[in-house]
Design a binder for this molecule. Structure first.
Ligand code: THU
Length: 129
């Protein structure tokens, strides 16, 4: 199976497992890392709203814990009506582990794939201090 299709399946399964009783907006993410492994994540909300975490954050944290250090591809899916775009904080999280070749694949309600680079979604990113 093609990488992108595998990412889609893992992100979809993660989305179905999301804990989103407050927003009722489920999100799934799947990361293909430099070690060839795929890591899934979903949003995990909390009754104390600011404690909730995004799908991308979960997938990236799992990758890092397993030793992955570069995102080759990340695919994001939601059960919303329009194309899911990562929040600002998640763009910065993706940026940390991306390079110019990293593919960011956003999906819409028709399961169409929209390809982006991090420089398109987060131009002028904070990357030096
Ligand atoms: N959410 C994500 O998981 N990823 C994003 O990039 C955007 C927002 C989640 C957070 C919250 O659980 C729900 O979507 C509604 O904001």
């Amino acid at each position: 199976m093609k990488n992108t299709q595998q990412l889609f399946k893992i992100a979809e399964t993660a989305m179905q497992n999301a804990h989103a009783p407050y927003s009722k907006f489920r999100v799934g993410a799947a990361v293909l890392a430099d070690n060839g492994k795929i890591y899934g994540g979903c949003n995990v909300e909390n009754i104390s709203y600011p404690c909730g975490t995004c799908a991308e954050a979960g997938a990236i944290a799992t990758m890092v814990a397993d030793g992955g250090r570069k995102i080759k591809q990340i695919l994001i899916i939601s059960d919303g009506k329009s194309m899911i775009t990562p929040c600002g904080a998640c763009l910065q999280r993706i940026k940390e582990f991306s390079d110019k070749n990293t593919k960011i694949i956003l999906t819409d309600a028709d399961k169409k794939f929209h390809h982006f680079r991090i420089s398109e979604l987060l131009p002028q990113a904070f990357e030096e201090f």
